[in-house]
Design a protein around this ligand. Sequence first.
Ligand SMILES: Cc1ncc(COP(=O)(O)O)c(C=O)c1O
Length: 405
Amino acid sequence: MDRRTFLGSLLSLPLIPKVESPTSLSEPSDEEDFWRAIRAEFMLHPSIINLNNGGVSPHPRSVVEALFRMELAANEAPAYVMWRLQDQKEPIRQRLAAIGGADPEEIAIVRNSTEALETVIFGLDLRAGDEVIAAESDYPSMVAAWKQREARDKIKVRWVRLLLPSDDEEKLIAPYLDAITTRTRVIHLTHLINWTGQIVPVEQIIKEARRRGLFTIVDAAHSYAHIPLDFHAMGCDAAGVSLHKWLCAPFGTGLLYVRKERIKDIWPLFAAPPDRKSDDIRKFEHLGTRSIPTEQAIAAALDFHERMGIQRKSERLRFLRRYWLSEALKMPKVRSLTPERLAGALATIQVEGWTPQRLADHLLEKYRLLVVGIDWAGLQGIRITPHVYTALWELDRLLEALQAL
Ligand SMILES: Cc1ncc(COP(=O)(O)O)c(C=O)c1O
């Protein structure tokens, strides 16, 4: 039994043997060879075409192997191997900072965007009557976190509604700036909206926020390692990232960015020992016992990412979205919720006559295409998220399925 068959047999879904399609007619050569080699590094499901890489992405074999190697070694004597030999965070911190346009002293390694962002949401000193601006289309856990602060601390959240999709920067910025009052203290922004792939021009909102002395938090769960990103240029005070999405790092890895001067303004979610200097970013990493192999295997994901480079990778991801979406939009019943320019790999479409969940189920059952039904803040559709390992023939399959509908 080879590895692929073995992994497949562990899963409950019935297996349909996957026939690798002939290369798509529109494939140019050299560049496609590069991406075919990238694809070969993933241990793909034998029968499912995974177009839901937005929730979480697989990691390539090099990352899985690094993780398992360290896990095996750690179990020989955990306190010795994990804590004395493996726990080498600083080089990883430096490399994560370099990709995000940050100083290593501004990067904490955490478990995901939820931990990163909620550390900031709950760690800021806010008083009754203080106002926060956030969007209805922000991620549900962050919406819930702000609502919890409203209930506990009597702050007020002003929820803005963005008119989506939009390639008009001014129209995306205006709702935020219009919501600012003399009581505003914080603006919470989602950089790349998970529901539709919309990129929000956060830089311009942050510029204005900083001019007014407001604290800005950026939910960068989907933008880091997906599109070029530079926290210093962006100017935000804090940001949260999931490394298990676009970096292909182990499940349960993320980072928290906090601008150096602002670290002292945020309480850690898990109280750090007193010897931790209050402006030391490491105070946000005080979680107790955690999986060191999981954290350390981020290095293998960084190697993988750096081989592609962010320019080449982000262009590929945009290309994959345009490849299928431009064809899908020629079909009379398909409508896009994703803008043409301000978007990366993610895109969401509506198909007339189909509810999101019904359509997602149908595509999985009939075509073995894994997509996700979206229904949040008035946005309804199916979200298609290819990744660097997605083959063009897989997107052709999606188009065939849409055509058949
Ligand atoms: C915009 C956004 N923010 C935050 C999160 C939470 O990420 P995680 O589950 O890795 O904490 C997600 C997850 O999909 C997301 O899309």
